[in-house]
Design a protein around this ligand. Structure first.
Ligand code: GLY
Length: 350
C-alpha cells in the first residue's frame, strides 16, 4: 500500500535531500557556486505551527471542475488562516484548532457540521473531539443532530464536565443546555449529500459508502508556548447505521495530542483507525522510540493499509514540525508556520 508523505509531495522534500548532500560535498570542496534549493527544508522546527485536513479520499487530478477545485483550495486557505492568525497573535493551540475546524464545519463542501453526510435513515449525525496536549484533557461528542459546530460541544465536554465522551440524545441535550448554537435539520442537509444518500440507498449494497466520500475535517497545532492541540469533526460515513461511531471522536484513534510527542488528527475508514488506535499509536512511537513523527505516521498508515483501511493523518510535532501521511489518491490539506510556510494541497502529486 503506497503511503504519501508530506515531505515528498507538499514540499518536494525527497528532491531536496539529495541536493543537500551534493551541496555539502561541493561546499566541503571549497566550491561556492551551489544555489540554494528552491524549497525550504521543511517540515522544520518552528515556534508555532498548524496543519489542517478536510478529508482524504478518491479525489485525483481532473476529478473536480477547476472552479470547484479552487473553491476547495480557498476553503482550506480560509481555515488555515483562521488558525494561523490566532497562533501568530500568541493565542493557544486549542483556540487555533477550534477556529480552523469551525471554518470547515461551516463550509458545506466538507463532511462536518453543515454538509455532513446522511445516515442510513437519512439524518445527519455528527461527531467531534478535541484534545489538549499540555494536560491530556479531552472532550468528545457523537451523534449530534442539531449543533452547528460540533467542535464547540466537544470542547465544552472537556472544559465544563468531568467527562470525556457524550453521545446521541444526551450529547444533544448537553449541547443545548450549554447554550451552544443549534440549527434545524434543514440547515445541515445539503442537496448533494442527499443525492449521495439516495444513490447509496438505491444500490442497497455494503455497510456504508465505499467511494470514500469522506471530508472529515481536522486541525493540529503547536502554539508559541510549546503546547499542542488536536481537533477533529465529521458527519461520519454515508449510510452509517445503528448509532455507528467512527474514529474521529474516539480519543486515541482519530484525535490525540500530547506535548511530549505530537498532535494527530485522522480521516478515513474509521473502524481501521480505531483498531490501530492510530493517533495515539503515532504519538506513542514518537515518545517511546527513536522514530520521528513522519516515520511514525507513515508506519501507522502502512499498517492501516495492510489491514484494509484507507485515509490519512496530519500531525504537528512537539518541535513544531508539521506533516501528513495518506494512502488515498488525495487529501484536502494545508499547513502554515512561523517560518513563513503557508500552503494547501489536494492531490498526492500536489
Ligand atoms: N473517519 C470518519 C469516520 O469513520 O467516521
Amino acid at each position: 500500500m503506497d503511503v504519501t508523505t508530506g515531505r515528498r509531495n507538499l514540499e518536494g522534500h525527497m528532491m531536496w535531500k539529495p541536493m543537500s548532500i551534493i551541496a555539502m560535498v561541493l561546499a566541503l570542496a571549497g566550491c561556492t557556486t551551489v544555489k540554494d534549493p528552491p524549497m525550504p527544508v521543511s517540515p522544520a522546527k518552528s515556534e508555532w505551527s498548524i496543519a489542517i485536513h478536510g478529508g482524504a479520499g478518491s479525489m485525483a487530478p481532473g476529478r473536480f471542475k477547476p472552479e470547484r477545485e479552487q473553491e476547495y483550495r480557498d476553503a482550506l486557505a480560509k481555515a488555515l488562516k483562521a488558525g494561523s492568525d490566532i497562533l501568530a497573535g500568541g493565542g493557544s493551540a486549542m483556540d487555533a484548532v477550534e477556529a480552523a475546524v469551525m471554518v470547515m464545519e461551516d463550509d458545506p463542501g466538507f463532511n462536518a457540521g453543515r454538509g455532513s453526510v446522511f445516515s442510513y435513515e437519512g439524518h445527519n449525525e455528527m461527531d467531534a473531539a478535541v484534545m489538549d496536549g499540555a494536560t491530556r484533557a479531552a472532550g468528545a461528542v457523537a451523534g449530534l443532530t442539531a449543533t452547528k459546530n460540533p467542535v464547540l460541544a466537544a470542547r465544552a465536554v472537556m472544559e465544563r464536565t468531568p467527562h470525556v465522551f457524550l453521545s446521541h440524545e444526551g450529547a444533544n441535550r448537553f449541547s443545548e443546555e450549554m447554550g451552544i448554537e443549534q440549527a434545524s435539520p434543514e440547515w445541515f442537509a445539503i442537496p448533494s449529500r442527499r443525492r449521495q444518500w439516495e444513490e447509496f440507498r438505491a444500490k442497497q449494497v455494503g455497510w456504508f459508502d465505499k467511494d470514500l466520500k469522506y471530508g472529515t475535517v481536522g486541525a493540529v497545532a503547536r502554539d508559541s508556548g510549546g503546547h499542542l492541540a488536536a481537533a477533529t469533526s465529521t458527519g461520519g460515513l454515508t449510510g452509517k447505521r445503528w448509532g455507528r461511531i467512527g474514529d474521529s471522536p474516539v480519543v486515541g484513534a482519530g484525535t490525540y495530542a500530547d506535548d511530549r510527542s505530537c498532535a494527530v488528527s485522522a480521516t478515513g475508514t474509521g473502524e481501521y483507525f480505531i483498531r490501530e488506535a492510530a493517533a495515539h499509536e503515532i504519538c506513542a512511537r514518537v515518545r517511546l522510540t527513536s522514530v520521528d513523527t513522519q516515520q511514525a505516521a507513515d508506519a501507522v498508515m502502512a499498517e492501516i493499509g495492510e489491514m484494509g483501511g484507507d485515509g490519512g493523518v496530519i500531525f504537528v510535532s512537539k518541535d513544531g514540525e508539521s506533516g501528513f501521511s495518506f494512502n488515498t489518491p488525495g487529501m484536502f490539506r494545508g499547513r502554515a508556520d512561523s517560518n513563513g510556510v503557508s500552503e494547501v494541497a489536494i492531490y498526492a502529486a500536489d
